[in-house]
Design a protein around this ligand. Structure first.
Ligand SMILES: [Zn+2]
Length: 245
């Protein structure tokens, strides 16, 4: 038998629980941190910050908590990455690729370019003390860019530095392939499309900070621990992986 005091305590507890639920509901509905999945329209790219902005602003990082109903490890809609891209904010040129990388059999992501034509530009310096952390593959304007491996296209993003870019998540969800300075996307390319290795996903251009007429594909590979934070991976050198697939 519950005592009168116990009943009062229980009622109080229930009241508090109800209040918490109402507050949580209101925050979800009207709060500023809406999850991407609440929104039927993909989150637009953030406004490009000033050029003198070498590091990603934490405030630009969108809310990342997946909704409680989602059980899928890969959300349908990915938030926009914070600038800057393409160079990663935490360069680590000495990171050896994980063992599984060698089993991927990557192909050169530019049509008609042979592995022995590639140049290793991974450790090259870039502006503002950054390291390139990627490979540049020169090619004529409009040359097809193909998927280096099977994997889901998770983000199509207009970046200040990278221009027209694609983020692709490897089939094992451990790597991000990043394609930048594209002239344009392949017709019909959408986020969440699963691209097969060799499939045309875009065309070589000079968008972003490539420099007018400096047509090339900027291509990087990052090891990610969380596919939802796909811009935070550790870049590994694509050169040996494309050279000796
Ligand atoms: Zn580059």
């Amino acid at each position: 038998m519950i005592s009168a005091r116990g009943r009062v305590f229980l009622a109080l507890l229930l009241g508090i629980a109800l209040l918490v639920v109402i507050v949580a509901f209101l925050q979800r509905r009207f709060g500023p941190h809406r999850s991407g999945l609440d929104n039927p329209i993909p989150i637009p790219a953030p406004p490009t910050p000033g050029i003198a902005n070498p590091s990603p602003e934490p405030s630009q990082t969108p809310a990342l908590e997946p909704p409680p109903v989602s059980t899928s490890p890969v959300p349908d809609v990915y938030p926009a990455p914070p600038e800057p891209s393409p160079a990663n904010a935490t360069p680590n040129p000495v990171t050896p690729p994980p063992a599984f990388v060698g089993t991927l059999k990557l192909i050169v992501p530019v049509a008609g370019v042979q592995p022995n034509q590639l140049l290793d530009t991974f450790s090259d310096s870039r502006s503002e003390g950054r390291v390139h952390d990627a490979i540049d593959i020169p090619a004529a304007q409009g040359t097809p860019v193909v998927a280096t491996a099977d994997g889901q296209i998770i983000k199509l993003f207009q970046s200040e530095r990278g221009g027209t870019t694609i983020y692709q998540l490897s089939g094992n969800q451990k790597l991000i392939f990043y394609y930048a300075h594209l002239q344009r996307y392949a017709d019909g390319l959408t986020e969440s499309r699963f691209a097969r290795q060799g499939e045309v996903i875009g065309y070589v251009g000079d968008t972003g900070n490539a420099g007018p007429g400096n047509y090339h594909l900027h291509f990087s590979i990052a090891v990610v621990s969380d596919p939802k934070r796909y811009w935070e991976g550790t870049n590994i050198n694509p050169y040996p992986l494309l050279r000796n697939p």
